[in-house]
Design a protein. Sequence first.
Length: 270
Amino acid sequence: MTAPTQYFKHKIIWITGASSGIGKQIAVTLSSIEDVSLILSARRVEKLTEVAEECKQNGAKCAVFPLDLENTAILENKTNEALQLFGRIDIVVHNGGISQRSLAYETPIENDRKIMEIDYFSSIIITKTLLPYMMNNGFGHIVVTSSISGCFGFPQRSAYCAAKHALYGYYEALDIEMRSKNVAVTIVSPGRINTPISLSALTKEGKAHGEMDPGQAKGLDAHICAKRIIKGVAKKKHEILVGKGELIMVHIYRKFPRLFHLIATKINPT
């Protein structure tokens, strides 16, 4: 038995952003593990149902639980509802989010607030609601999808970078606090992954970008990305960097920040 199989066996796992991309692939990959129960959340019920059917065919118990992460006022109640579906939640994968395609000076504050609500505050509310149950059960694992844009600034992503940086700070602190409580925290930072995230990214008008970025299209396959994330989570890694050659930028930024800023001005944001 592989380590991931052992770790996820008999677990109840809640995945947000599960209707497509990385979230979908994590769900499908986990669904083949014996006695795994999945709670799948996103806004698009039809797409969620399709993912759930695929997971059920692999042998997993599966609940479709529609959720709009922007509506943060209801998330505490919705989290308590999610807890009732299988009686507990062992692992939560905060994967839902939205990206951005606009320069900082042309981005209206409403867009900044929307991105922060979806990408940051939604996961915090869900986490705060789950933590007492996880601590009481003596086990829990919180997995949050940040981005390499949460490690450094990136053009046309100011609000997105802000939200992802905020996730890093919050979950870094939470990890330190939870180590004595048997609740693990893993921060996932994908680079360019071949997913449809650029299609729904917010433009300066607050509308969907509607285009697949060339860099995104050439990114790491989402299924491979999901397998690497699952392997890292099973090892209880604090940070998982996943992608292709673009990951070198994280290491350059951390070791040679001046060099990073020289390179960053030449980066093609698409």
